[in-house]
Design a protein around this ligand. Structure first.
Ligand code: CO
Length: 526
Protein backbone atom coordinates (compact mmCIF):
# COMPACT_ATOMS: atom_id res chain seq x y z
CA UNK A 1 0.00 0.00 0.00
CA UNK A 2 1.38 3.39 -0.88
CA UNK A 3 1.87 6.16 1.65
CA UNK A 4 3.42 9.09 -0.14
CA UNK A 5 4.51 12.08 1.91
CA UNK A 6 1.79 14.19 3.40
CA UNK A 7 1.71 17.77 4.39
CA UNK A 8 -1.75 18.20 3.00
CA UNK A 9 -4.17 17.53 5.74
CA UNK A 10 -7.82 17.66 6.63
CA UNK A 11 -10.23 19.38 8.88
CA UNK A 12 -13.97 19.87 9.16
CA UNK A 13 -13.67 23.28 10.75
CA UNK A 14 -14.72 26.33 8.79
CA UNK A 15 -11.85 27.67 6.71
CA UNK A 16 -10.02 30.63 8.14
CA UNK A 17 -9.87 33.65 5.87
CA UNK A 18 -6.29 34.81 5.98
CA UNK A 19 -6.86 37.69 3.61
CA UNK A 20 -8.00 40.05 6.33
CA UNK A 21 -4.76 39.54 8.18
CA UNK A 22 -2.47 39.50 5.20
CA UNK A 23 -1.96 43.25 5.25
CA UNK A 24 -0.33 43.03 8.67
CA UNK A 25 2.20 40.52 7.49
CA UNK A 26 5.90 40.98 7.98
CA UNK A 27 7.49 41.54 4.61
CA UNK A 28 10.70 39.64 4.22
CA UNK A 29 11.23 40.30 0.54
CA UNK A 30 12.90 38.00 -1.92
CA UNK A 31 16.00 36.32 -0.57
CA UNK A 32 18.58 37.45 1.96
CA UNK A 33 19.32 36.51 5.53
CA UNK A 34 16.38 36.11 7.90
CA UNK A 35 15.63 39.07 10.05
CA UNK A 36 15.97 38.77 13.79
CA UNK A 37 12.92 37.22 15.43
CA UNK A 38 10.03 39.66 15.51
CA UNK A 39 8.33 40.39 18.80
CA UNK A 40 4.75 40.48 17.51
CA UNK A 41 3.20 37.34 16.08
CA UNK A 42 3.35 37.84 12.33
CA UNK A 43 0.08 37.43 10.44
CA UNK A 44 -0.23 34.91 7.69
CA UNK A 45 0.91 36.25 4.40
CA UNK A 46 -1.12 34.00 2.15
CA UNK A 47 -4.56 33.63 0.75
CA UNK A 48 -5.84 30.08 1.03
CA UNK A 49 -7.60 30.17 -2.31
CA UNK A 50 -4.21 30.88 -3.93
CA UNK A 51 -2.84 27.73 -2.28
CA UNK A 52 -5.86 25.63 -3.26
CA UNK A 53 -5.84 26.95 -6.85
CA UNK A 54 -2.88 24.65 -7.60
CA UNK A 55 -5.13 21.58 -7.46
CA UNK A 56 -6.03 21.62 -11.14
CA UNK A 57 -5.82 19.16 -13.98
CA UNK A 58 -2.83 19.43 -16.27
CA UNK A 59 -4.51 19.65 -19.67
CA UNK A 60 -1.49 19.76 -21.94
CA UNK A 61 1.52 17.66 -22.74
CA UNK A 62 4.34 19.87 -24.02
CA UNK A 63 7.47 18.82 -25.88
CA UNK A 64 10.75 20.75 -25.74
CA UNK A 65 9.14 24.12 -25.10
CA UNK A 66 11.81 26.80 -24.53
CA UNK A 67 11.48 28.67 -21.24
CA UNK A 68 12.92 32.17 -21.03
CA UNK A 69 13.92 33.85 -17.78
CA UNK A 70 11.67 36.72 -16.81
CA UNK A 71 14.34 37.69 -14.30
CA UNK A 72 18.07 36.87 -14.21
CA UNK A 73 19.97 34.41 -16.39
CA UNK A 74 20.33 30.62 -16.32
CA UNK A 75 23.89 29.55 -15.35
CA UNK A 76 25.75 27.95 -18.26
CA UNK A 77 27.34 25.41 -15.90
CA UNK A 78 23.93 23.95 -15.01
CA UNK A 79 23.79 21.03 -17.44
CA UNK A 80 21.31 18.25 -16.88
CA UNK A 81 17.63 17.57 -16.31
CA UNK A 82 15.44 18.51 -13.38
CA UNK A 83 12.70 15.83 -13.19
CA UNK A 84 9.60 16.26 -11.07
CA UNK A 85 6.74 13.87 -10.37
CA UNK A 86 3.35 14.56 -8.82
CA UNK A 87 -0.39 14.29 -9.32
CA UNK A 88 -1.40 15.80 -12.66
CA UNK A 89 -5.02 14.68 -12.92
CA UNK A 90 -7.24 15.63 -9.99
CA UNK A 91 -10.70 15.49 -11.54
CA UNK A 92 -12.40 13.30 -14.12
CA UNK A 93 -15.95 13.41 -15.44
CA UNK A 94 -17.02 15.73 -12.63
CA UNK A 95 -15.47 13.55 -9.90
CA UNK A 96 -12.65 15.15 -7.94
CA UNK A 97 -10.06 13.00 -6.18
CA UNK A 98 -10.62 12.80 -2.43
CA UNK A 99 -6.94 13.53 -1.87
CA UNK A 100 -4.32 14.91 -4.27
CA UNK A 101 -2.11 11.87 -3.64
CA UNK A 102 -4.70 9.87 -5.59
CA UNK A 103 -3.95 11.94 -8.72
CA UNK A 104 -2.30 10.25 -11.71
CA UNK A 105 1.46 10.74 -12.00
CA UNK A 106 2.67 13.42 -14.37
CA UNK A 107 6.35 13.99 -15.03
CA UNK A 108 7.78 17.43 -15.79
CA UNK A 109 11.32 17.49 -17.20
CA UNK A 110 13.27 20.73 -17.42
CA UNK A 111 16.40 20.31 -19.49
CA UNK A 112 19.28 22.71 -18.86
CA UNK A 113 21.83 23.18 -21.61
CA UNK A 114 24.21 26.07 -22.17
CA UNK A 115 22.06 28.64 -20.39
CA UNK A 116 18.82 27.46 -22.03
CA UNK A 117 15.95 25.49 -20.48
CA UNK A 118 13.38 23.34 -22.29
CA UNK A 119 10.26 21.83 -20.76
CA UNK A 120 8.64 18.50 -21.61
CA UNK A 121 5.79 16.99 -19.60
CA UNK A 122 3.98 13.66 -19.88
CA UNK A 123 1.49 11.64 -17.90
CA UNK A 124 2.80 8.20 -17.05
CA UNK A 125 0.83 5.76 -19.23
CA UNK A 126 -0.22 3.49 -16.39
CA UNK A 127 -2.83 0.80 -16.97
CA UNK A 128 -5.30 2.78 -14.84
CA UNK A 129 -4.68 6.13 -16.55
CA UNK A 130 -5.05 4.59 -20.02
CA UNK A 131 -8.30 2.83 -19.10
CA UNK A 132 -9.81 5.92 -17.47
CA UNK A 133 -8.76 8.16 -20.37
CA UNK A 134 -10.45 5.78 -22.79
CA UNK A 135 -13.64 5.50 -20.75
CA UNK A 136 -13.52 9.14 -19.60
CA UNK A 137 -14.75 7.83 -16.27
CA UNK A 138 -13.32 7.04 -12.85
CA UNK A 139 -12.82 3.26 -12.85
CA UNK A 140 -10.60 2.78 -9.80
CA UNK A 141 -10.65 3.62 -6.12
CA UNK A 142 -7.73 5.61 -4.74
CA UNK A 143 -5.64 4.61 -1.74
CA UNK A 144 -6.23 8.01 -0.10
CA UNK A 145 -10.01 7.79 -0.17
CA UNK A 146 -11.07 8.63 -3.73
CA UNK A 147 -14.05 6.42 -4.55
CA UNK A 148 -15.63 5.28 -7.73
CA UNK A 149 -19.01 6.89 -8.42
CA UNK A 150 -21.94 4.89 -7.01
CA UNK A 151 -21.29 5.03 -3.26
CA UNK A 152 -20.23 2.33 -0.88
CA UNK A 153 -21.75 -0.59 -2.77
CA UNK A 154 -19.86 0.28 -5.93
CA UNK A 155 -16.61 0.29 -3.97
CA UNK A 156 -16.99 -2.60 -1.55
CA UNK A 157 -14.66 -5.54 -2.23
CA UNK A 158 -12.90 -3.75 -5.07
CA UNK A 159 -9.40 -4.15 -3.65
CA UNK A 160 -7.48 -3.48 -6.85
CA UNK A 161 -4.65 -1.01 -6.41
CA UNK A 162 -4.21 1.55 -9.13
CA UNK A 163 -0.46 2.03 -9.59
CA UNK A 164 -0.52 5.77 -10.27
CA UNK A 165 3.26 6.24 -10.53
CA UNK A 166 3.06 9.70 -8.95
CA UNK A 167 5.56 9.88 -6.08
CA UNK A 168 9.11 10.24 -7.36
CA UNK A 169 11.16 10.04 -10.53
CA UNK A 170 14.80 8.96 -10.73
CA UNK A 171 17.30 7.97 -13.37
CA UNK A 172 18.70 4.41 -13.16
CA UNK A 173 20.89 3.21 -16.02
CA UNK A 174 19.18 4.04 -19.30
CA UNK A 175 15.75 4.21 -17.68
CA UNK A 176 13.79 6.91 -16.01
CA UNK A 177 11.75 5.32 -13.22
CA UNK A 178 8.41 6.75 -12.10
CA UNK A 179 8.04 5.43 -8.56
CA UNK A 180 5.02 4.51 -6.44
CA UNK A 181 5.94 2.55 -3.35
CA UNK A 182 3.26 -0.13 -3.30
CA UNK A 183 4.22 -1.73 -6.61
CA UNK A 184 6.91 -1.95 -9.25
CA UNK A 185 8.11 1.21 -11.05
CA UNK A 186 7.15 2.37 -14.52
CA UNK A 187 10.09 2.79 -16.89
CA UNK A 188 10.15 5.84 -19.15
CA UNK A 189 12.43 7.12 -21.85
CA UNK A 190 14.62 9.75 -20.12
CA UNK A 191 14.48 12.09 -23.14
CA UNK A 192 10.97 11.81 -24.58
CA UNK A 193 9.29 10.69 -21.31
CA UNK A 194 7.48 8.04 -23.33
CA UNK A 195 6.26 5.26 -21.02
CA UNK A 196 7.98 1.95 -21.76
CA UNK A 197 5.84 0.11 -19.23
CA UNK A 198 5.98 -1.51 -15.81
CA UNK A 199 9.53 -2.57 -15.02
CA UNK A 200 10.69 -5.48 -12.89
CA UNK A 201 14.27 -4.22 -13.22
CA UNK A 202 15.58 -7.14 -15.24
CA UNK A 203 13.91 -9.73 -13.07
CA UNK A 204 14.88 -8.25 -9.70
CA UNK A 205 11.25 -7.65 -8.73
CA UNK A 206 8.33 -10.04 -8.73
CA UNK A 207 5.06 -9.01 -10.35
CA UNK A 208 3.45 -6.29 -8.24
CA UNK A 209 6.29 -6.26 -5.70
CA UNK A 210 6.57 -3.14 -3.51
CA UNK A 211 9.44 -0.85 -4.45
CA UNK A 212 10.02 2.32 -2.43
CA UNK A 213 9.61 5.80 -3.90
CA UNK A 214 12.52 6.98 -1.74
CA UNK A 215 15.81 5.59 -3.01
CA UNK A 216 18.96 7.07 -1.46
CA UNK A 217 22.02 7.74 -3.57
CA UNK A 218 25.26 6.68 -1.90
CA UNK A 219 27.93 9.01 -3.32
CA UNK A 220 30.59 6.27 -3.15
CA UNK A 221 31.26 5.26 0.47
CA UNK A 222 32.49 1.88 -0.77
CA UNK A 223 34.36 2.87 -3.89
CA UNK A 224 31.51 3.41 -6.31
CA UNK A 225 28.26 5.35 -6.24
CA UNK A 226 25.07 3.32 -5.96
CA UNK A 227 21.35 3.58 -5.41
CA UNK A 228 20.14 2.05 -2.15
CA UNK A 229 16.44 1.33 -1.87
CA UNK A 230 13.89 -1.02 -0.34
CA UNK A 231 10.51 -2.68 -0.57
CA UNK A 232 8.22 -3.53 2.35
CA UNK A 233 5.84 -6.43 2.75
CA UNK A 234 3.80 -5.73 5.83
CA UNK A 235 1.39 -7.51 8.13
CA UNK A 236 1.66 -8.79 11.71
CA UNK A 237 5.35 -9.12 10.79
CA UNK A 238 7.03 -6.92 8.22
CA UNK A 239 9.78 -7.83 5.81
CA UNK A 240 12.12 -5.23 4.39
CA UNK A 241 14.03 -6.06 1.25
CA UNK A 242 17.13 -3.87 0.99
CA UNK A 243 18.61 -3.51 -2.49
CA UNK A 244 21.66 -1.71 -3.86
CA UNK A 245 22.01 -0.95 -7.57
CA UNK A 246 24.98 0.25 -9.62
CA UNK A 247 24.38 3.76 -10.95
CA UNK A 248 27.50 4.27 -13.07
CA UNK A 249 29.59 2.28 -15.49
CA UNK A 250 28.69 -0.48 -17.92
CA UNK A 251 26.59 -2.32 -15.35
CA UNK A 252 24.52 0.73 -14.36
CA UNK A 253 21.15 -0.55 -13.19
CA UNK A 254 22.52 -3.92 -12.07
CA UNK A 255 21.67 -5.29 -8.64
CA UNK A 256 24.80 -5.33 -6.43
CA UNK A 257 23.39 -6.34 -3.03
CA UNK A 258 20.11 -7.78 -1.85
CA UNK A 259 18.99 -8.84 1.63
CA UNK A 260 15.69 -9.33 3.42
CA UNK A 261 14.98 -8.95 7.13
CA UNK A 262 11.85 -9.55 9.09
CA UNK A 263 10.61 -7.48 12.06
CA UNK A 264 7.70 -7.80 14.47
CA UNK A 265 4.74 -5.50 13.82
CA UNK A 266 3.02 -3.54 11.09
CA UNK A 267 5.34 -1.23 9.20
CA UNK A 268 4.51 2.15 7.80
CA UNK A 269 7.73 3.04 5.98
CA UNK A 270 7.74 5.77 3.38
CA UNK A 271 11.37 6.87 3.56
CA UNK A 272 14.65 5.73 5.12
CA UNK A 273 18.20 7.02 5.54
CA UNK A 274 21.63 5.56 4.87
CA UNK A 275 25.11 5.77 6.32
CA UNK A 276 28.16 3.96 4.95
CA UNK A 277 27.27 0.86 6.93
CA UNK A 278 23.60 1.06 7.85
CA UNK A 279 20.17 1.48 6.36
CA UNK A 280 18.06 3.26 8.98
CA UNK A 281 14.28 2.83 9.17
CA UNK A 282 11.81 4.32 11.61
CA UNK A 283 8.79 2.14 12.29
CA UNK A 284 6.05 4.56 13.27
CA UNK A 285 3.58 3.47 15.96
CA UNK A 286 0.70 3.02 13.56
CA UNK A 287 -2.06 0.45 13.41
CA UNK A 288 -3.91 -0.66 10.29
CA UNK A 289 -7.50 -1.88 10.29
CA UNK A 290 -8.43 -2.77 6.71
CA UNK A 291 -12.14 -3.47 7.30
CA UNK A 292 -13.51 -0.06 6.20
CA UNK A 293 -11.41 -0.39 3.05
CA UNK A 294 -12.86 -3.79 2.24
CA UNK A 295 -16.41 -2.65 2.87
CA UNK A 296 -16.01 0.38 0.64
CA UNK A 297 -16.18 3.09 3.31
CA UNK A 298 -12.61 4.28 3.23
CA UNK A 299 -9.44 4.26 1.16
CA UNK A 300 -6.68 1.97 2.39
CA UNK A 301 -4.54 4.82 3.74
CA UNK A 302 -7.55 6.14 5.65
CA UNK A 303 -7.48 2.95 7.71
CA UNK A 304 -4.21 3.92 9.37
CA UNK A 305 -4.31 5.24 12.92
CA UNK A 306 -1.88 6.19 15.63
CA UNK A 307 -1.57 3.29 18.05
CA UNK A 308 -2.46 4.62 21.50
CA UNK A 309 0.52 4.13 23.81
CA UNK A 310 2.44 2.58 20.94
CA UNK A 311 6.17 3.12 20.62
CA UNK A 312 8.01 3.66 17.40
CA UNK A 313 11.24 1.83 16.73
CA UNK A 314 14.41 2.36 14.79
CA UNK A 315 15.33 -0.61 12.65
CA UNK A 316 18.95 -0.57 11.56
CA UNK A 317 19.86 -2.98 8.81
CA UNK A 318 23.56 -3.57 8.08
CA UNK A 319 24.33 -2.79 4.46
CA UNK A 320 25.87 -5.71 2.62
CA UNK A 321 28.37 -3.33 1.06
CA UNK A 322 29.51 -2.19 4.52
CA UNK A 323 31.48 -3.27 7.56
CA UNK A 324 28.68 -5.18 9.26
CA UNK A 325 27.62 -7.18 6.21
CA UNK A 326 25.74 -10.34 7.10
CA UNK A 327 25.07 -9.29 10.70
CA UNK A 328 21.61 -9.09 12.23
CA UNK A 329 19.62 -5.85 12.32
CA UNK A 330 19.59 -3.72 15.46
CA UNK A 331 16.37 -2.43 17.03
CA UNK A 332 16.19 0.67 19.26
CA UNK A 333 13.21 2.48 20.71
CA UNK A 334 12.31 5.71 18.90
CA UNK A 335 10.95 8.90 20.48
CA UNK A 336 7.26 9.77 20.17
CA UNK A 337 6.07 11.29 16.94
CA UNK A 338 5.48 10.40 13.37
CA UNK A 339 7.96 10.57 10.49
CA UNK A 340 7.42 10.57 6.73
CA UNK A 341 10.80 11.92 5.68
CA UNK A 342 14.37 11.91 6.88
CA UNK A 343 16.95 14.55 6.08
CA UNK A 344 20.11 12.47 6.46
CA UNK A 345 21.98 10.05 8.70
CA UNK A 346 25.64 9.56 9.57
CA UNK A 347 27.95 7.61 11.87
CA UNK A 348 29.93 9.09 14.73
CA UNK A 349 32.00 6.34 16.38
CA UNK A 350 29.48 3.75 17.48
CA UNK A 351 26.68 6.28 17.34
CA UNK A 352 24.32 6.63 14.41
CA UNK A 353 22.81 10.09 14.05
CA UNK A 354 19.52 10.44 12.19
CA UNK A 355 17.92 13.75 11.23
CA UNK A 356 14.19 13.57 10.52
CA UNK A 357 11.08 15.71 10.08
CA UNK A 358 8.83 14.75 12.98
CA UNK A 359 5.08 15.33 13.38
CA UNK A 360 3.38 15.13 16.77
CA UNK A 361 0.87 12.69 15.39
CA UNK A 362 -0.21 10.93 12.25
CA UNK A 363 -2.62 13.14 10.33
CA UNK A 364 -5.90 11.22 10.08
CA UNK A 365 -7.84 11.38 6.85
CA UNK A 366 -11.61 11.56 7.15
CA UNK A 367 -13.90 10.31 4.38
CA UNK A 368 -16.13 13.42 4.60
CA UNK A 369 -13.38 15.99 4.58
CA UNK A 370 -12.27 18.23 1.72
CA UNK A 371 -8.50 18.46 1.32
CA UNK A 372 -8.73 21.95 -0.16
CA UNK A 373 -10.51 23.20 2.97
CA UNK A 374 -7.69 22.33 5.34
CA UNK A 375 -7.26 24.48 8.42
CA UNK A 376 -3.52 24.37 8.92
CA UNK A 377 -3.91 25.33 12.59
CA UNK A 378 -5.56 22.04 13.41
CA UNK A 379 -2.98 19.70 11.94
CA UNK A 380 0.50 18.89 13.23
CA UNK A 381 3.50 20.60 11.66
CA UNK A 382 6.78 18.99 10.63
CA UNK A 383 9.76 19.96 12.79
CA UNK A 384 13.36 18.92 12.18
CA UNK A 385 14.80 16.67 14.90
CA UNK A 386 18.11 14.94 15.44
CA UNK A 387 18.26 11.52 17.12
CA UNK A 388 21.56 10.16 18.36
CA UNK A 389 21.48 6.36 18.59
CA UNK A 390 24.13 4.89 20.87
CA UNK A 391 24.50 1.35 19.57
CA UNK A 392 26.64 0.17 22.51
CA UNK A 393 24.30 1.37 25.25
CA UNK A 394 21.16 1.06 23.14
CA UNK A 395 19.98 4.53 24.09
CA UNK A 396 18.53 7.30 21.95
CA UNK A 397 18.85 11.05 22.59
CA UNK A 398 16.62 13.44 20.68
CA UNK A 399 16.81 17.20 20.13
CA UNK A 400 14.88 19.72 18.03
CA UNK A 401 17.15 21.45 15.60
CA UNK A 402 14.72 24.02 14.24
CA UNK A 403 11.37 25.51 15.27
CA UNK A 404 10.12 26.27 11.79
CA UNK A 405 7.52 24.15 9.95
CA UNK A 406 9.37 22.32 7.21
CA UNK A 407 9.23 19.47 4.70
CA UNK A 408 11.25 18.12 1.77
CA UNK A 409 14.74 18.60 3.24
CA UNK A 410 18.03 17.55 1.69
CA UNK A 411 21.79 17.87 2.13
CA UNK A 412 24.42 18.22 -0.60
CA UNK A 413 24.23 14.86 -2.43
CA UNK A 414 27.96 14.32 -1.76
CA UNK A 415 27.19 14.39 1.99
CA UNK A 416 24.49 11.69 1.80
CA UNK A 417 25.31 9.37 4.71
CA UNK A 418 27.95 11.72 6.14
CA UNK A 419 27.81 14.55 8.64
CA UNK A 420 26.70 17.61 6.67
CA UNK A 421 26.92 21.26 7.58
CA UNK A 422 24.02 22.50 5.48
CA UNK A 423 20.47 21.49 4.69
CA UNK A 424 18.00 23.00 2.22
CA UNK A 425 14.28 22.61 2.75
CA UNK A 426 10.81 23.99 2.10
CA UNK A 427 9.44 25.98 5.05
CA UNK A 428 6.42 28.00 6.08
CA UNK A 429 6.68 31.76 5.80
CA UNK A 430 6.11 32.25 9.53
CA UNK A 431 8.93 31.44 11.96
CA UNK A 432 6.62 29.19 13.99
CA UNK A 433 3.22 27.61 13.49
CA UNK A 434 1.76 25.50 10.72
CA UNK A 435 1.13 27.00 7.29
CA UNK A 436 1.60 26.00 3.66
CA UNK A 437 5.18 25.86 2.42
CA UNK A 438 6.03 29.25 0.93
CA UNK A 439 9.76 29.68 1.39
CA UNK A 440 13.06 27.88 0.85
CA UNK A 441 15.46 27.81 3.76
CA UNK A 442 19.13 26.99 4.00
CA UNK A 443 19.93 25.84 7.53
CA UNK A 444 23.45 25.63 8.94
CA UNK A 445 23.12 22.44 10.97
CA UNK A 446 26.13 23.34 13.12
CA UNK A 447 25.44 27.00 13.97
CA UNK A 448 21.67 27.21 13.39
CA UNK A 449 21.95 30.25 11.13
CA UNK A 450 19.54 30.43 8.22
CA UNK A 451 19.05 32.05 4.85
CA UNK A 452 15.60 32.26 3.32
CA UNK A 453 14.07 32.90 -0.07
CA UNK A 454 10.36 33.50 0.04
CA UNK A 455 7.62 33.22 -2.56
CA UNK A 456 5.00 34.75 -0.24
CA UNK A 457 2.43 36.13 -0.37
CA UNK A 458 1.10 34.46 -3.55
CA UNK A 459 3.72 31.80 -4.21
CA UNK A 460 3.91 28.24 -2.79
CA UNK A 461 7.09 26.21 -3.00
CA UNK A 462 7.63 22.51 -3.61
CA UNK A 463 10.55 20.18 -2.84
CA UNK A 464 13.79 22.13 -3.37
CA UNK A 465 16.64 20.37 -5.12
CA UNK A 466 20.27 21.24 -4.36
CA UNK A 467 22.54 20.79 -7.39
CA UNK A 468 26.33 20.97 -6.98
CA UNK A 469 28.39 23.24 -9.17
CA UNK A 470 30.69 21.03 -11.29
CA UNK A 471 34.10 20.90 -9.58
CA UNK A 472 32.81 22.63 -6.45
CA UNK A 473 34.76 22.24 -3.23
CA UNK A 474 32.57 24.12 -0.75
CA UNK A 475 29.60 22.12 0.50
CA UNK A 476 27.17 24.91 -0.37
CA UNK A 477 28.57 25.76 -3.78
CA UNK A 478 25.80 25.19 -6.30
CA UNK A 479 22.19 26.03 -6.92
CA UNK A 480 18.78 25.27 -5.55
CA UNK A 481 16.01 24.53 -8.07
CA UNK A 482 12.36 24.77 -7.17
CA UNK A 483 8.98 24.71 -8.90
CA UNK A 484 6.81 27.39 -7.34
CA UNK A 485 3.04 27.64 -7.68
CA UNK A 486 2.33 31.25 -8.64
CA UNK A 487 -1.17 32.04 -7.36
CA UNK A 488 -1.27 35.36 -9.21
CA UNK A 489 -0.54 33.74 -12.57
CA UNK A 490 -2.29 30.40 -11.87
CA UNK A 491 0.74 28.57 -13.24
CA UNK A 492 4.15 27.39 -12.10
CA UNK A 493 7.49 29.19 -12.03
CA UNK A 494 10.92 27.59 -12.09
CA UNK A 495 13.23 29.36 -9.65
CA UNK A 496 17.02 29.04 -9.58
CA UNK A 497 18.72 30.20 -6.38
CA UNK A 498 22.35 30.46 -5.32
CA UNK A 499 22.74 27.62 -2.78
CA UNK A 500 25.10 29.71 -0.60
CA UNK A 501 22.78 32.57 0.34
CA UNK A 502 19.56 31.72 -1.56
CA UNK A 503 19.80 34.88 -3.60
CA UNK A 504 17.75 34.59 -6.77
CA UNK A 505 19.71 33.70 -9.90
CA UNK A 506 16.81 33.38 -12.33
CA UNK A 507 13.05 32.91 -12.53
CA UNK A 508 11.37 31.29 -15.52
CA UNK A 509 7.62 31.08 -16.11
CA UNK A 510 6.19 27.73 -17.24
CA UNK A 511 3.29 27.88 -19.68
CA UNK A 512 1.67 25.20 -17.54
CA UNK A 513 0.09 24.67 -14.15
CA UNK A 514 1.96 21.98 -12.21
CA UNK A 515 -0.15 21.04 -9.15
CA UNK A 516 1.52 20.82 -5.72
CA UNK A 517 3.76 17.83 -6.31
CA UNK A 518 5.89 15.27 -4.59
CA UNK A 519 9.47 14.33 -5.33
CA UNK A 520 12.03 14.72 -8.07
CA UNK A 521 15.69 14.48 -8.93
CA UNK A 522 18.55 15.92 -10.96
CA UNK A 523 20.26 13.93 -13.69
CA UNK A 524 23.46 15.64 -14.87
CA UNK A 525 24.44 15.61 -18.54
CA UNK A 526 27.72 13.76 -18.95
CO1 CO B 1 8.15 11.23 0.21
Amino acid sequence: MPFPAARVCWSRREPTDHRSRASQSVTRGWGGIDRLPVTVAPARPYNRSDWASAFVNVEQELTDVALSPVRGAVPVELRGTFYRNGPGRLERDGHRVHHPFDGDGMIAAMRFDNGRVQLTNRFVRTEGWLAEEKADKVLYRGVFGSQKPGGRLANAFDLRLKNIANTNVVRLGDQLLALWEAAEPHALDPESLETRGLSRLDGVLKKGEAFSAHPRFDPGHHGRPCMVTFGVKTGPRSTIRLMEFATEGLDAGALLHDRSDSFPGFAFLHDFAITANWAVFLQNAIAFNPLPFVTGEKGAAQCLQSKPGGKGRFWLIPRDSGRFAGQKPRILEAPDGFVFHHLNAFEDGDHVVVESIVYDDFPTIGPDEDFAEVDFDTVPEGILHRCRLDLSRETVKTERISERTCEFAMVNPDRQGLSAQYAWMAVAERETGNDPLQAIQKLDLKSGTTHTWSAAPRGFVSEPLMVRRPGAEAEDDGWVLDLVWNGARQASDLVILDARDLSEVALLELPLPVPHGLHGSWAPTH
